[in-house]
Design a protein around this ligand. Structure first.
Ligand code: SF4
Length: 549
C-alpha cells in the first residue's frame, strides 16, 4: 500500500483553491456510507472542476461509485479535490477530451504514481480510464493505464469492481489477468504490438498468453433508461444545468461520424417511463434543462416530449437542446425554444454540395436546409448556426463554392435571421468507415477560401483551427508508439509546432506525422485498434467505406 499522504502531496503541488464548490452542490442521489473495508478509490476528471462536473458521464460514474457501500470514493480535479484516501487502491479517470492527457500525466505525478503502467508496483493504485476518447482509440494513451473500460459504463463499471474484489489481495499481475476476463475490460499491457519496422505500420497485435482474449469487445447497454444528472451546481461550466440523455447514438450513420458509429445501435429513453419523471426531479432543483444526445430530435416520441415542455408551468425554464437534425426543425420546435430562452439553433449540414452529402451519407437535401431556416425564423428564433466541414474525401474546390452558394440562398430565404457557419476539417475517427482516409492538406486553404467569400456577405464564419484538426487526427489514428511523443510534447506546449518538434526528436523511432495524419491507409493494414471490437464488424465498415468512394 502507498505510504504517502496523497492529500499532503496534492496540497503541496497543486494550486490551492477554496473547496467551496463541493459545498454548493445539490445532489440528486443519496450517497451510501462506506463499509469499513470499502475500496479506497479516487475518481478524477483531468480538468478543472467546472469542466468535469459539467460532464454527464463523469457525474454518472461518480454517483454510481458513491452509491456503493463497498467503495469509498473521492473526487479529484486539476484545481480542487475532496479528502483523498491515504492509500488508494483504484484511481480512475474519465476522459472526454484528447488533450487532457497532459493533465492525466500531471495528476499521476502529483500523486507520485509512475506515469507508465509498467513502472507501477503492487503498492500503487490500479489506474483505470474510460470515456469517449479511450473507447474510440485508447492506443496513444494505452501505456499510461493499467485498465481501460471500453463502452457504456452502466453494467461494465459494476462488473469491473466485482471482478476486482475477487482479486483484491492478489499481486498486480494476477489482478490484471483476472480483470482481462471481464468483457469490455481492456488491459493494454497484456497485448504485444509488433511493427514491420520502427517507423512502419503495425505487423501484429497479439495477447501475451493464451488465457487473454484475442479481442476486447466494447460494451453496449440496452436498457431504456439513459443517463441523467446526479448533481446540479452553480459552479458548472453550464451553470445550474440539469442534463438528461434523451437518445444514445444516431441512426443516420454519416460515414465520418464517431458519435453514431462508436455507440450504435441507436437507443432512446422512454418518454413516459423515464424522461418525464427525471425532468420533474431535476426541475425541483433548477430551472435550466439540457436535453443531450447525438441526435435528440430523432427520438420517435420527441413531439410528446416537446408538448410536455411547452406546457405553461414550464414557461420559466431555460431549455437547451444539444443537437437538432435539420429536417426536424419545425415551427413548433423553434417556438418552444424561443419561449424557453434559446435564441438560436444549430444544425449540421456538413457541406453545401449535394454530391458530398451523398458521399458521407448525409440524407439531407437543399430544400430541407432552406425550410429549416425559414421555420427557425417563423418560430421566433433570431439566429441559425450551421456546421460544415472541409476536406471531406473527394472534395473539390467547386464543392466549397457550393457551401458559399447555400449560405447565400439561406440569407435570401430567411432575411434577418443571423447566420453563422462553423466549419471544421474532416478528421478520420476509429471505428467509422472513414477511418482509412487521411486529412486533406488542402483543407487549410479551403477554410481561407470560405472566410474570404462569406465575410462580405455578412455571414459570421467561425472556422475551427486546421492545426488542431491535425493534432486530433494524430491522436485519433495513433498507436502506442505515440506515448513517448506525448510525454515529450506535454513539456513543449499544445501547439502543432510542439508535436512537430517531438517528431523531429524521435525521428527513426516511430512513423512521421504524415503517416498518422495525412496518408490514406489501406484496408488491409492492421489498425492500432484492430484488437478492440467496436459495434460493427470490419467487413461492414469496409462496405460503407467503399460506398463513400
Ligand atoms: S446526423 Fe449528425 S450525429 Fe447523426 S450520424 Fe450524421 S453527423 Fe452523426
Amino acid at each position: 500500500m502507498l505510504k504517502l499522504d496523497i492529500n499532503e502531496i496534492i496540497a503541496n503541488k497543486a494550486k490551492k483553491k477554496p473547496v467551496t464548490a463541493f459545498a454548493v452542490e445539490r445532489l440528486l442521489f443519496t450517497p451510501s456510507s462506506p463499509n469499513t473495508d470499502a475500496i479506497p478509490t479516487i475518481f478524477a476528471f483531468p480538468n478543472e472542476y467546472s469542466v468535469g462536473i459539467t460532464s454527464l458521464g463523469y457525474q454518472v460514474v461518480w454517483a454510481t461509485l458513491a452509491m456503493r457501500s463497498d467503495i469509498q470514493v473521492s473526487r479529484l480535479f486539476t484545481d480542487i479535490h475532496e479528502q483523498l484516501p491515504r492509500s488508494p487502491e483504484l484511481l480512475g479517470f474519465s476522459v472526454s477530451w484528447e488533450l487532457d492527457y497532459v493533465n492525466i500525466l500531471n495528476l499521476l505525478e502529483s500523486l507520485e504514481v509512475p506515469i507508465r503502467a509498467t513502472d507501477r508496483a503492487d503498492t500503487h493504485p490500479l489506474v483505470f480510464g474510460g470515456g469517449p476518447v479511450l473507447t474510440a482509440n485508447p492506443e496513444p494513451f494505452a501505456d499510461f493505464f493499467d485498465v481501460i473500460l471500453l463502452g457504456d459504463g452502466e453494467n461494465l463499471l459494476g462488473n469491473f469492481i466485482e471482478a476486482y474484489k475477487e482479486v483484491r489481495t492478489a499481486d498486480r499481475k494476477i489482478q490484471l489477468k483476472h480483470l482481462a476476463q471481464v468483457p469490455g475490460v481492456y488491459i493494454p499491457s497484456l497485448y504485444q504490438v509488433t511493427y514491420h519496422d520502427t517507423s512502419g505500420p503495425i505487423q501484429s497485435i497479439q495477447p501475451v498468453s493464451s488465457d487473454v482474449p484475442q479481442q476486447v469487445e466494447k460494451q453496449t447497454y440496452r436498457g431504456n433508461t439513459l443517463s441523467t444528472s446526479s448533481v446540479v451546481t452553480e459552479k458548472a461550466a453550464w451553470e445550474n444545468i440539469y442534463m438528461v440523455e434523451v437518445v444514445r447514438s444516431c441512426p443516420e450513420m454519416c460515414r465520418f461520424c464517431l458519435a453514431s458509429y462508436l455507440t450504435l445501435p441507436f437507443r432512446t429513453a422512454s418518454v413516459e417511463g423515464s424522461l418525464i419523471p427525471a425532468i420533474e426531479r431535476g426541475l425541483q432543483v433548477t430551472n435550466r434543462l439540457g436535453l443531450l444526445g447525438a441526435s435528440v430530435t430523432q427520438h420517435p416520441d420527441f413531439e410528446t416530449l416537446l408538448d410536455y415542455l411547452s406546457q405553461p408551468q414550464y414557461d420559466h425554464i431555460r431549455l437547451s437542446i444539444a443537437s437538432v437534425r435539420t429536417n426536424t426543425v419545425t415551427v413548433q420546435l423553434a417556438q418552444t425554444l424561443a419561449k424557453r430562452d434559446t435564441r438560436s439553433l444549430t444544425i449540421a449540414v456538413e457541406s453545401g454540395s449535394e454530391r458530398l452529402r451523398q458521399i458521407i451519407n448525409k440524407k439531407l437535401n437543399q430544400d430541407e436546409i432552406i425550410q429549416a431556416a425559414v421555420n427557425a425564423k417563423m418560430g421566433g428564433l433570431s439566429g441559425l448556426k450551421l456546421y460544415g466541414m472541409v476536406g471531406i474525401p473527394s472534395e473539390e474546390p467547386d464543392d466549397v463554392e457550393q457551401t458559399v452558394a447555400l449560405m447565400r440562398s439561406l440569407k435570401q430565404a430567411a432575411p434577418g435571421l443571423h447566420l453563422t457557419l462553423g466549419c471544421s476539417t474532416f478528421v478520420p475517427k476509429a471505428h467509422t468507415p472513414f477511418q482509412w482516409f487521411g486529412v486533406n492538406p488542402q483543407a487549410e486553404k479551403r477554410l481561407v477560401q470560405l472566410q474570404k467569400q462569406l465575410k462580405p456577405k455578412a455571414i459570421d464564419f467561425r472556422p475551427e483551427s486546421y492545426n488542431w484538426s491535425v493534432i486530433q487526427a494524430l491522436l485519433s489514428r495513433g498507436d502506442r508508439r505515440l506515448s513517448q511523443l506525448l510525454e515529450l510534447t506535454r513539456h513543449y506546449g499544445d501547439s502543432l509546432g510542439s508535436y512537430r518538434r517531438a517528431f523531429k526528436q524521435l525521428r527513426g523511432q516511430l512513423p512521421d506525422l504524415d503517416f498518422y495524419v495525412h496518408t490514406n491507409w489501406s484496408t488491409e493494414q492492421i489498425l492500432p485498434w484492430s484488437h478492440l471490437q467496436g459495434p460493427l464488424p470490419q467487413a461492414t465498415l469496409i462496405k460503407h467505406f467503399s460506398e463513400g468512394r
